[in-house]
Write a protein that binds this ligand. Structure first.
Ligand SMILES: [Cu+2]
Length: 120
């Protein structure tokens, strides 16, 4: 499973970073800034289901539902499928994002979203 994060830094520009899956806890935290919209594409390259759960935020599931995109804290990513989620960074701290199959979590299928400290 790969996590591709696309963090929009402003209304007019967006940056895309491809982050190959590196097992937690060795993986770097995913740095976000307060107030920004964070989009994550979850690419499931396995033949297993991965119920991905985000702490500290609710996210919208961007699957063509427009304004009716469901608000969730867990999305079950089907084998060989991809989903795109979006949340607003409005709860500063360090938040765990992980597969809820515990044997996947124990194998390192997890990342941490960490808020960058505001620059003075
Ligand atoms: Cu999993």
């Amino acid at each position: 499973m790969r996590v591709i994060s696309s963090v929009s830094r402003s209304q007019t520009t967006s940056g895309t970073t491809i982050r190959p899956f590196i097992a937690y806890p060795k993986a770097d935290p995913l740095l976000i800034r307060q107030g920004e919209r964070v989009q994550i594409e979850l690419v499931n390259q396995t033949m297993m289901w991965h119920p991905m759960h985000l702490h500290g935020h609710f996210f919208r599931l961007l699957q063509g539902a427009g304004d009716r995109a469901p608000l969730k804290h867990t999305v079950n990513v089907a084998p060989r499928e991809s989903v795109r989620i979006e949340f607003t960074a409005d709860n500063p701290g360090r938040w765990f994002f992980h597969c809820h199959n515990l044997y996947h979590l124990e194998a390192g299928m997890a990342r941490v979203f960490e808020y960058e400290s505001p620059k003075s």
